[in-house]
Design a protein around this ligand. Structure first.
Ligand SMILES: Nc1ncnc2c1ncn2[C@@H]1O[C@H](COP(=O)(O)OP(=O)(O)OP(=O)(O)O)[C@@H](O)[C@H]1O
Ligand SMILES: [Mg+2]
Length: 287
């Protein structure tokens, strides 16, 4: 199985729709996209997990892990990362639900392809969301590693007129704005019973499918941008001493010369000698 699409749904704010989006996005990928999907519930309340476990099964694998909290962030974080890694080995889509707390290291965000931050479009909630966006801009703007894509998800949206509220301030990082997850008056009825993408309530279903499609599309873009695994180590003839050393070790099998002008496979002794700088070879008494 290839590298899965890893999506984190998080926010520091409570009650913004993290678990609703997590459970139903997992259902979107499992039911609409027919992908093997795993929900990793990192929230102590386990709301998303309860939804998935209690609803009519649609093949979502569900794992609950103690969320990293004040009682011991180190161990809990390791456990969470371990659970994510082992889940990632056997799934095409991995969705994690987590309430963000300041004890979490920002670098944890690098474990994901997409970071979704649900927020209502009220000024108060948006302010908090945009503060989060700005605070972690150094992660999302990273050029050292492939950064996750940041997506603000307008959630429980009643009035689309408020959509423009997002643009009233400036940001230190670019982010994607997903289609809104509209307020559904059936949401509490559906909790733990059925998924938005499967319901006969067309308004809720169609809206969530549109949202799911946009996230899936963004996942595809992120996947295309991901650096490809390099495969076998390819020693470079013009590279460092370490490159030449490795080339020397491989020379027997692959007949790679240790130096650009040395085309005959050299002896083992010569290969080691070529790889060791002169000041070290004196110490090591290599003739
Ligand atoms: N699209 C929606 N339409 C209607 N109600 C919603 C919607 N999304 C969430 N809600 C309701 O808002 C409340 C909070 O939702 P949810 O539990 O998903 O948020 P949360 O961010 O996970 O909360 P917590 O911080 O407690 O984990 C719930 O009562 C839920 O039913
Ligand atoms: Mg929750």
């Amino acid at each position: 199985m290839g590298t899965p699409l890893k999506i984190l749904i998080t926010s520091q704010k409570g009650g913004v729709g993290k678990s609703t989006v997590s459970a139903n996005l997992a259902a979107y990928f499992a039911h609409i996209s027919a992908k093997t999907t795993t929900l990793v519930d990192l929230d102590h309340q386990g709301t998303a997990g309860k939804w998935v476990r209690n609803a009519t099964p649609i093949g979502i694998q569900c794992i609950s892990v103690a969320s990293p909290n004040n009682k011991g962030v180190g161990m809990a974080l390791l456990q969470a990362q371990q659970a994510l890694r082992s889940a990632a080995a056997s799934t095409q889509v991995l969705i994690a639900d987590l309430t963000w707390t300041d004890i979490l290291p920002a670098e944890f965000l690098f474990d994901f392809d997409l970071v979704l931050v649900p927020s209502s479009l009220s000024r108060v909630e948006l302010d908090s969301t945009l503060e989060f966006v700005n605070r972690f801009s150094f992660i999302f703007n990273s050029s050292m590693r492939t950064p996750p894509k940041l997506v603000v998800v307008p959630s429980r949206v009643v009035n689309m007129d408020t959509y423009s509220n997002v643009f009233y301030q400036s940001f230190t990082t670019a982010f994607f704005l997903s289609p809104p997850v509209r307020f559904s008056d059936k949401a509490s009825e559906f909790f733990g019973a059925e998924f938005f993408v499967k319901t006969s309530h067309a308004e809720t279903r169609d809206n969530f499918i549109e949202f799911g499609r946009s996230i899936e599309e963004l996942g595809r873009i992120q996947e295309a941008e991901r650096p490809k695994p390099k495969g076998l180590y390819q020693p470079s003839m013009t590279g460092t001493i370490l490159d030449r050393f490795r080339a020397g070790l491989n020379a027997n099998d692959r007949k790679i010369p240790v130096a650009a002008n040395d085309y005959a496979p050299p002896s083992l002794h010569d290969r080691f000698k070529a790889a060791i700088p002169s000041f070290l070879s004196r110490v090591a008494k290599v003739k």
